[in-house]
Design a protein around this ligand. Sequence first.
Ligand SMILES: *[C@@H]1O[C@H](CO)[C@@H](O)[C@H](O)[C@H]1NC(C)=O
Ligand SMILES: *[C@@H]1O[C@H](CO)[C@@H](O)[C@H](O)[C@H]1NC(C)=O
Ligand SMILES: *[C@@H]1O[C@H](CO)[C@@H](O)[C@H](O)[C@H]1NC(C)=O
Ligand SMILES: *[C@@H]1O[C@H](CO)[C@@H](O)[C@H](O)[C@H]1NC(C)=O
Ligand SMILES: *[C@@H]1O[C@H](CO)[C@@H](O)[C@H](O)[C@H]1NC(C)=O
Length: 719
Amino acid sequence: MVEMKPSSLQAMITVFFNFIVLPVLATADLDGGGATSIVFTTLGRSSYAFDIYSLPISGPANELKLTDGESINFNGHFPSFSSLSKINPLLAKHVLPSAAPLLHLIYVTERNGSSSIYLDTVFHSTGPRSTLEVPNESNGNYERVKELKRVQTRLMGSNRRVSMKDRPSLVGESLIYVSTHEDPGVPRASWAAVYSTELVTGMTRRLTPKEMADFSPAVSPSGIWTAVASYGEKGWAGDVEELGTDIYVFLTQDGSNRVKVIEHGGWPSWSDDSTLYFHRRCEDGWWSVFRATLPIQNGQLGVDPVAIQRVTPPGLHAFTPAASIANKSFIAVATRRPGNDYRHIELLNVVSNKFTELTRPVSPNVHHLNPFISTDASRVGYHRCRGVNNDGESNNLLLENLQNPLLPGISLFRIDGSFPSFSPDGERIAYVKLPGVYVMNHDGSGERSVSTRMAFTTAWDWKRKGVVYTSVGPTFASESTKVDIISINVDDDVPSYKQLTFGGENNAFPSPSPDGKWVAFRSGRSGHKNLYIMDALNGEAGGLYRLTEGPWSDTMCNWSPDGDWIAFASDRENPGSGSFELFKIHPNGTGLQKVIESGSGGRANHPWFSPDGKYIVLTSDYAGVSAEPISNPHHYQPYGDIFVIKSDGSDIRRLTHNSYEDGTPAWSPKYMKAVDVEWSNGGTQCSFEDCHWLNTSTSTITPVVEAYYSSAPKMQCAQ
Ligand SMILES: *[C@@H]1O[C@H](CO)[C@@H](O)[C@H](O)[C@H]1NC(C)=O
Ligand SMILES: *[C@@H]1O[C@H](CO)[C@@H](O)[C@H](O)[C@H]1NC(C)=O
Ligand SMILES: *[C@@H]1O[C@H](CO)[C@@H](O)[C@H](O)[C@H]1NC(C)=O
Ligand SMILES: *[C@@H]1O[C@H](CO)[C@@H](O)[C@H](O)[C@H]1NC(C)=O
Ligand SMILES: *[C@@H]1O[C@H](CO)[C@@H](O)[C@H](O)[C@H]1NC(C)=O
């Protein structure tokens, strides 16, 4: 067998697509005041270390790790050999080993800080190390084979064109997938839509109607139909657990003949051209898998009703089903069973209704997500944490560089922590990693714990070197919760503290004035969270002014570098509703202006001015949700993305494209290069949590769930 040349491994294919060309934005004007950087946090993401694995359906032995341990790899698909033969011109560019490949895998990866779709051709290696047992597919025996090797082909995704990619499948010569590259132009509308790209020619077609969003596409075995989870015209209503989607079916060829076939459901998967499995949360509280029989005959969708049957019982959650035409007697599902804290893949024999555990006997204490079945139905793939790297070391990145879609003068980083802020010269970063506050050099070196108390938000004094403000106490708490602002002198041998507020009435989000004299903050001392300004050195004892007043919440303030404005988030237009808009106000209390509102009922939070004060970076649900939350680990706000807007509220631009919770951005006056700062912090990988709202208690249904379903048709989940 020929050993692969390293060059073939690196020979990534970049396909250029005839995407609709977006208006070229005048990027020269948006540098935020010279070359700068934006750093933000993504809840839990630094601890993901997903690889795609597979197990034979015959039993829980010899799990194969299919992807390479780089970045995170998820939402796989096994393409058919007939499809692969159609994209041969792409594969022919590689020098392949002479042996027949073990398998092909298409999947989503986030390597190089940008979402792409890869095709891996996986081989047995002939190297000296022989470490793996794999099944011989023709006789079912397990054989010792060499390590797996792979040739990688990038099918989709470009560093010049950042967007989220999801749920790929290869059908004939076309890749069907979700992408967020088109702005629907409507606040709070999802950008997720299904596209079809002919891989060899690059011809791309949008299959989702304009201004609609589709998630979780699945192509029927014949390739004729594609099913999606979609809100249709009603749009996203802000749901963050189960999405209130329905299932639509359309012609894969061009998106035509689009019909809603199932009310209330997500994550479709076909077992033949008229049978769909999907999941929904039932009125009894359990996520369950259903089978729908569509009136499809001779390639036409008839008018007869769709027959729907629940196939997984109450008493366990079963979701993200995968079905296969090669063996219609079983489906693969992810489950959460009472008494088990982990999500596992199980097979359900849909004839005998018996479950067979697949992953728990192999890795009991790891979450396994989003199963998919090989074309011959002999193997089930899924993604899970690899734990540690091949070299036995964990490699969380302290600062991870992300491709930045629009702003060449600005580098973008995800920090393994939250509430970052930069010293005025951009040399140092303070951030929170619970429980505690840390300071490090901007290149990630010299990390130092400066407080071990439960704290949130950080901000540096503009004049007094090494003075960092923070608020000590719990987040997301009521007006009367004990939270107070302190300043920390981080340059002292033993950091010294000064308490600046004393009432403990949720005094938080300190933001100092550029002249070093004042600190703006929010406080619940009146019974409502409003903004105040106090003396920077002596705190409220040295002088206290009230900036805003009203029976609502003003919070997350940020003082502009020219001193003229304080930006903040407020629910004043709809107090208590959970919706927040961005405002700005002069420090003397005049000039209140709304900067941006994310649609009706939306959120625009955590504003931070650019170093030249002309722009504000923020987190918002402006782009809706981008994937079904149950297909990801837990995110409280799975719609949060990072945006930049002019401080007059015009020209909003999306910086991050993912289905996670991105928040607490900060803007540095210094341009940080990935090569200088992106290095491993040796943190713990794989400590993420499964969706908190997957309640596995067998006690009676919660009132919340009952309320949720009181308006839904009661027959929907009948056995
Ligand atoms: C990803 O980044 C690495 C290191 O920065 C680089 O060597 C590699 O060429 C990049 N890969 C792609 C596909 O851009
Ligand atoms: C797999 O089994 C078949 C049939 O027994 C045999 O001919 C073949 O050599 C085996 N493959 C390998 C790689 O050993
Ligand atoms: C189909 O799947 C069932 C259930 O896992 C299994 O018992 C049966 O052997 C499979 N049939 C074939 C032909 O592989
Ligand atoms: C309030 O402050 C702004 C800028 O900071 C200034 O332009 C304005 O004149 C001030 N208004 C009053 C009444 O002092
Ligand atoms: C699930 O709901 C039950 C009933 O309301 C409640 O007692 C239980 O605490 C919940 N469990 C979890 C894990 O949230």
